[in-house]
Design a protein around this ligand. Sequence first.
Ligand code: NAD
Length: 335
Amino acid sequence: MSAKSYTITLIPGDGIGPEVVSAAVRVLTATGLDFTFETEKAGAGAMGEEGVALPPRVIEAVRRNKVALKGPTATPIGSGHRSVNVEMRKTLDLYANLRPVRTLPGVPSRYDGVDLIVVRENTESLYSGLEHVVVPGVVESIKIITEKASSRIARFAFAYAEKHGRKRVTAVHKANIMKLSDGLFLDCCRAVAKAHPTVAYDEVIVDALCMRLVLDPTKFDVLLLENLYGDIVSDLCAGFIGGLGMAPGANIGEDCAVFEAVHGSAPDIAGKNLANPIAMILSGAMMLEHLHELEAASRVRKAVLAVLAEGKKLTRDLGGTAGTTEIAEAIAGRV
Ligand code: NAD
């Protein structure tokens, strides 16, 4: 076992965040690794208490520790504070959103054998929330696509594919309509693809991708998407493997990485011990891999698989009756 010690910034977030983050901490602690978790408040809770959703000290803490485990943070719809996620990803330049989507045995779902990697550009595109009122009744929302960010995310996707033995990268776009912006994104993807001849490359229009994914998600390998398309397609993909409770993720930059599930704060089930903690626990396993603790990461994954395979303890979203804490204990007990 590793003798190293790790200080991790812990951002419990809003809604089910504190429940699923403490489940992940329970499992990570069970690996026997030496973790110190420094808890920081961000999100709607911080907004209410401190008047700021992402206090600067949270950013400083992630910069200092370089690794964070984050629960979902709530963002008001149509008004109110800017998304903590958008702010954090931009400020820390966490440019790559990595979301593996895999069928796990024992989880009821419509498809078998799904094994997709969603690579989403995390810092620009329409998702930046750059909007203003031109005149009353007319609003402009600005989509920025740069060569720098597009090339960088394409390099990330191809490097990931090479490192993990993936066969194909599919760039997703709407360049038939957004000829300049998505056209630039594609130009960058094509140039990077040329430098990686061992990985096959193709392109698909985003609406056609959605239809083809629903017909047969096993036909795709690594999906490379701009920010907004990546956000939407990630939730679609989560639906292939049992829902949002099963989909982990990571936001990765040159200096820091923030690990968080795909799902949001799920206010409908918050505080009821009903949330499925597996997406957050698997995000924790991704964090272990990032820390090069591969053996511990493998133990966490195997423990998740063992609990799912037994089929006795499942949360309500997977058709069971077990609570968040029960699942965390069952997984921790097998790590
Ligand atoms: P959501 O992901 O919170 O919930 C969608 C549905 O999935 C709900 O029915 C919810 O109960 C269910 N669900 C989600 N996670 C689950 C889990 N772990 N176990 C069981 N069921 C789960 O999406 P939403 O309702 O659109 O958003 C709610 C809030 O979350 C919004 O304020 C939104 O801005 C925020 N959000 C945050 C993040 C993030 O911080 N990374 C991501 C997405 C949404």
